[in-house]
Ligand binder design. Sequence first.
Ligand code: GLN
Length: 547
Amino acid sequence: MARFVFITGGVVSSLGKGLASAALGALLQARGYTVRLRKLDPYLNVDPGTMSPFEHGEVFVTDDGAETDLDLGHYERFTGVAARKTDSVSSGRIYSTVLEKERRGDYLGKTIQVIPHVTNEIKDFIRIGEDEVDFMLCEIGGTVGDIEGLPFFEAIRQFSQDKPRGQCIFMHLTLLPFIKASGELKTKPTQHSVKELRSIGIAPDILVCRSEGPIPRKEREKLALFCNVRPESVIAAQDLASIYEAPLAYHREGLDQAVLDAFHISPAPKPDLTVWEDVADRIHNPEGTVKVGIVGKYTQLEDAYKSIVEALTHGGMANRVKVQAEWIDAEVFEREDPANHLDGLHAILVPGGFGERGTEGMIRAAQFARERQVPYMGICLGMQLAVIEAARHLADLDDAGSEEFDHEAGKKRFTPVVYHLKEWVQGNHRVERQQGDDLGGTMRLGAYNAALTKDSRAARVYGGLAIEERHRHRYEVDLRYRDALEKQGVVFSGMSPDGRLPEIVEVKDHPWFIGVQFHPELKSKPFAPHPLFADFVRAAKENSRLV
Ligand code: GLN
């Protein structure tokens, strides 16, 4: 049965709790253990699927089609363990399950309360698959003291009581602010945060303290004394140049040792950190820099494209170059010549997105890349727009567009080259949707297979003809225009196994132009860069010698 590590946060948010959890997962794996990571989010949305990327950053999609918090992306990138639907839950989901049960009469007329009904639902969630792994790492979103977080804190407190002694530990992440005027690292906010945690019955075993520099002995001892932990269990989380240094940095600080000690595991198995040493070496010793322009809509918030940025970094690691992302707001091209912004870039990427805003600019970016022979990767919306661009300028369909934009505008203006898909096949069952359905969960979501055309660039890049990638979209490229486009050298090189849905298009006679209907970025890892990103960055590197 699994041992449980509960990870909570205090003082302020955005301290890198997700990253600390993911790095700990990687370190436990390096010692030969199996792990699973989970995120429990106190917000009331049922899932992040309908939250704006400006609000919450990217939505991370799992193979089994869950729309989850971007922290699950970190978990996967550090551990390589594919996340599942059951690895992410929110208050909204918990409450909706409890209310459904109440309506069905499952509670036999009882009064429904936060304790025990909501907390039981949370505990049931934590227990799912507990026999499958050695360690289950559960991160609680938000910070201690948040009103909506209370049922989760209460649930993990109860959970640790339900289990035999020594099977659960608590790790708390806080901030040690540095006051320049006095030259001091302040421990008081951490003391208060631990006090808050203890007042709800949770005593942390390990403190991870985010600080700009190392924690001097005096402060470490003070924290240990006032927060009732061992001095070796006060772990410094210093700012790092790259997130991929985190496993090695936490190991040097003794995090994995402290966790094993807290579980009284002795002797602890020795870690094998060669994978992370290689990753660090590639990050620290690039042979050059390539510039990739990301032309999108949510460019003010990098987190909106988190996995893409990470996948580009991985592609850089595969080619021993540093990838510098240049963020370009697509709307600029609706006023200005794209060349002003795109000249000098080594490659262009148009990411996924929803709604019409900025799309004419993205179309111009795709046209620039196609005509000027600049490597181009179009992801989801970025593929749809590349097809629209080709239809307009190569197949004489001047008013080519997407049904999505007409639907949004409430009037018909385009010939839909990209249309709303209302039924499709997943595995061996049929899925049906209506345009007006609820926004939540009405997309083609999760892993789907595709078959690649022999001798296409896609097949060469993947090194095979069968792939499986994750999807999150409502609209599809219409096959009606396939022949006209293929005559112009825009080939459909990846299709759903039944041949009905285009998955990949590529431009022949171009150094590198690929559009994909899926999200390859979600499956890339630092130690296993996604082939599309690795090859795209290779093409950018080659182009950097020419530009
Ligand atoms: N808006 C487009 C669709 O729904 C593309 C979605 C995406 O890029 N993830 O099909």
